[in-house]
Design a protein. Structure first.
Length: 333
């Protein structure tokens, strides 16, 4: 079992006198910066010149500097830019300004684990990884990990940082960069993003190809997913089974394993995991960005945007009385 930490285990005083540079102001960056500021920390945001988020961060009352200036200013530098550009930005704008006793922090272990970034020895390297996109109110469960404990205080600082972003309220699990990176990639590929999207798409297509209305297929196989997941999130599968009809529960037992034959699905999942563990996936993603100009990625994105399930969904959500959710965060994983 993993070690868990809560608010009582975190001491915000470890951030006293520490200047925190949050690099990036996207899905994670804005939440970290604003929560740290609310917790009384000294924060600035580091952005590239011309960033569309520069004015937005300033309007939220934050100080904004270029990435290099922020890195120079900060004692703790939190990397919240896209994983695939971190290594280049690190080399150019961050590494030259890291001093002994500083901390370099991450919300995902990709670049440290796959050795795209190799920080100097005198610097603490820790992870404060929220498990999911930022949601207001409750706080998101977080993972904590320390790759390098140069000051001997890296854990205390990491826990204080997580408390500062509100992550101690939901619970902090201790892990390693190795485990966080591999499990995070596995979860999003097989279940959360890859698995779910393909499952919904298969269900939607099966109904439409059998002659049912696409709107009907959208409601059944896509819209209702959230209602079901909310129940599981609240009280486990039992809470969902309690709310659905016995007919639905019987169908779950009869047909779930028919569409997802467990041993076969797990064998395929183990193959995905093996590609993650031996670096095949990471190599493919780095090459997709570096040498292939994202041709595969962009063509898949275009193809999906044209899919009937996305088009029908857009129309239906727009006509819902609340007009759909317009305040979407740019959650990337
Ligand atoms: P995001 O929403 O896509 O935001 C990326 C930010 O990086 C933007 O502010 C963008 O700047 C900036 N940026 C991109 N390229 C840059 C460059 N070349 N130079 C300087 N700044 C650049 O990303 P995110 O989802 O917050 O992800 C950040 C980190 O958090 C990643 O390591 C990710 O794995 C991790 N994470 C994300 C989630 C999640 O749910 N989203 C959860 C846990 C961990 P502009 O403002 O100029 O566009
Ligand atoms: Mg993730």
């Amino acid at each position: 079992m993993a070690k868990m930490y809560y608010e009582k285990d975190c001491d915000l005083n470890y951030l006293n006198g520490k200047k925190i540079a949050v690099i990036g102001y996207g899905s994670q960056g804005h939440a970290h910066a604003l929560n740290l500021k609310d917790s009384g920390c000294e924060v600035c945001v580091g952005l590239r010149e011309g960033s569309k988020n520069w004015a937005q961060a300033e309007a939220a009352g934050l100080t904004v500097k270029t990435v290099a200036e922020a890195a120079k200013w900060g004692d703790i530098v939190m990397m919240l830019i896209n994983d695939e550009v971190q290594a280049d930005v690190y080399k150019k704008d961050i590494a030259p300004y890291l001093e002994e006793g500083n901390a370099l922090a991450f919300a995902h272990g990709f670049n440290i684990h796959f050795k795209q970034i190799v920080p100097p020895a005198g610097v603490d390297v820790f992870m404060a990884a929220p498990k999911g996109p930022y949601v207001s109110g409750k706080g998101v469960p977080c993972l904590v990990a320390v790759e390098q404990n140069a000051t001997g205080r890296a854990y205390e600082i990491a826990l204080a940082y997580i408390a500062g972003i509100g992550g101690a309220r939901a619970g902090i699990m201790e892990t390693t960069f190795h485990d966080e990176t591999e499990t995070d990639l596995f979860g999003e590929q097989t279940v959360l993003c890859g698995g779910v999207v393909d499952l919904m798409q298969c269900g939607f297509e099966t109904l439409v190809e059998a002659g049912y209305a696409p709107e009907n297929a959208y409601f059944e196989c896509i819209h209702e997913m959230k209602l079901i997941i909310d129940l599981i999130n609240k009280g486990g599968v039992a809470a969902m089974n309690y709310s659905i009809s016995d007919t639905a529960e019987f169908g779950e037992y009869v047909s779930g394993p028919r569409v997802l034959p467990h041993e076969e699905t797990k064998a395929r999942m183990r193959a995905v995991l093996a590609d993650i563990q031996d670096g095949t996936f990471a190599g493919r993603w780095i090459a997709e960005n570096k040498s292939r100009g994202r041709t595969f990625f962009n063509s898949k994105r275009d193809q999906l945007a044209k899919h009937l399930m996305e088009q029908v969904g857009e129309e239906l959500r727009r006509n819902m009385i609340w007009g759909g959710d317009k305040d979407l965060d740019t959650a990337s994983n």
